[in-house]
Design a protein around this ligand. Structure first.
Ligand SMILES: [Cu+2]
Length: 442
């Protein structure tokens, strides 16, 4: 390789490497195809089809030729529909809990694709196949076509990584202005936005300054800080500085330390940065909805020192810092920094470089985050430096926790990086949710 060639691994090579990883990371799944459906005795085959995020079940249905009726039920939490383009039939848009009987008439032998036509839903995994008559030959559960069809479906999706979406969040925010007394002032709106979680899948998010996660705020110890919050939601909100030492009146917990910030109202938070911290700012009003819907952003003060034990091992400086906010609920769902695979951001390091990762969990359940290589060393927990680091290739991060971890690139390659609760990372339609990759180059 020329120096230029190996300076950056091309996206083409990267995509191929990712494809190879698909099998290596997760292995294959049992297929979930269904044979049959029920006959009503009059030669009509009735099949129950469920729609939810992000799958159509069963993924594959094998039925005899003849009259077919689908009982389609939306068992999800969003609007879905079922379309069979090959037959030119489609349900209405079904609200959560709604059902529709879709009469297909006398269907000829063949394979028919089924999908949800709501923008982005098919790409997110809402596709299935209906095998009719001899079209279903060889498509029994576990048969060779099953395996290949599923494999192709997974590859099609996994090869989309890293997919482009509108906007990313979490970038460092410079103060809006600095007052004469040195106070760093940050103007922050709270508003609803349409947020592209993955290609074509837009959700209604709540966002600080229009992005998820909200902009990163970084202060040094001693800095005077002011945040002017403008609530553009049609509901109340408040801001809590999680993991940051503040006066009680700035703690953001209505009704005890403040009144709610009403729709259209402004509110000012003001304090001095007293101690180093790895914190986060987030809503403390209807938080179980507002936070997973997007109202979170990292807030760091000072730095976490590298323990001597690691300095002796060559971890002399940090070349790259990554704030990774985990989420699993609300309108955004399973995601890393507000994006779901394949729209998650890949990270790059050169051999010998050190990456510092601040993991934050703003979701409702714990996530064991696993980087295939290199080994991680936890150097701080909840913003408190550890004298002696603790190793972890899988680090379980509970809601509200923060772990600061150093990774030093040692081996070339594309290293998968994902939550190890496998249903947070993988489906029969391919990887999704809490998956990204670390790319190590020369
Ligand atoms: Cu998880």
């Amino acid at each position: 390789m020329s120096r230029a060639d190996r300076s950056v691994l091309g996206w083409g090579a990267f995509a191929v490497a990712i494809a190879a990883l698909v099998l290596a990371i997760f292995g294959l799944r049992d297929s979930s195809s269904a044979a049959g459906g029920e006959s009503d005795g009059g030669g009509v085959t009735v099949v129950d089809v469920s729609l939810k995020e992000w799958q159509i079940g069963p993924i594959m249905t094998e039925i005899p030729a003849g009259e077919v009726v689908l009982n389609v039920t939306n068992e999800g939490t969003m609007v879905h529909n079922l379309s069979i383009p090959g037959l030119g039939v489609k349900t209405a848009d079904l609200q959560p809990g709604e059902s529709e009987k879709l009469e297909l008439g006398n269907v000829a032998d063949g394979q028919y694709d089924m999908l949800c036509e709501i923008a982005g839903h098919a790409a997110s995994g809402m596709t299935a196949a209906l095998m009719v008559g001899s079209g279903g030959d060889g498509m029994t559960a576990g048969g060779p076509m099953d395996w290949q069809t599923m494999e192709q479906t997974m590859l099609d999706r996994n090869l989309l990584f890293p997919a482009k979406t509108e906007k990313t969040g979490g970038a460092l925010m410079e103060p809006t202005r600095i007052d004469a007394d040195g106070t760093k002032v940050y103007d922050m709106t709270v508003e609803e936005v349409q947020w592209e979680v993955e290609p074509g899948k837009f959700v209604t998010a709540k966002a600080y300054n229009g992005v998820v996660p909200g902009p990163q705020i970084h202060l040094e110890v001693g800095d005077k800080f002011r945040m002017n919050v403008k609530n553009l939601l049609n509901t109340g909100t408040s801001v809590h500085f999680h993991g940051i030492r503040v006066p009680n009146s700035m703690d953001g917990v209505e009704p005890y330390t403040q009144h709610v910030i009403q729709p259209g109202a402004d509110y000012v938070y003001e304090f001095t940065a007293l101690e180093p911290a790895v914190g986060i700012y987030h809503s403390h009003t209807n938080g179980q909805e507002q936070i997973p819907d997007g109202l979170f952003g990292s807030f760091t003060i000072g730095d976490m020192p590298i323990p001597d034990y690691l300095k002796d091992k060559g971890y002399t400086k940090v070349d790259k810092t990554v704030n990774m906010v985990l989420n699993d609920a609300g309108t955004i769902g399973l995601s890393l920094n507000g994006k779901s695979f394949p729209a998650t951001e890949p990270y790059t390091l050169r051999i010998g470089e050190v990456m510092k990762v601040n993991y934050y969990n703003e979701g409702l359940t714990a996530h064991p985050m696993h980087l295939h290589q290199p080994m991680g060393w936890i150097i701080a927990k909840d913003g408190v430096p550890l004298d002696f680091p603790m190793p972890g290739d899988t680090i379980n991060i509970a809601p509200g926790e923060r772990y600061t971890v150093l990774y030093k690139a040692t081996d070339l390659g594309v290293w998968a990086w994902h939550c190890h609760i496998l249903t947070h990372a993988e489906s029969q339609q391919g990887m999704f949710g809490m998956v990204t990759a670390l790319i190590v180059t020369q």
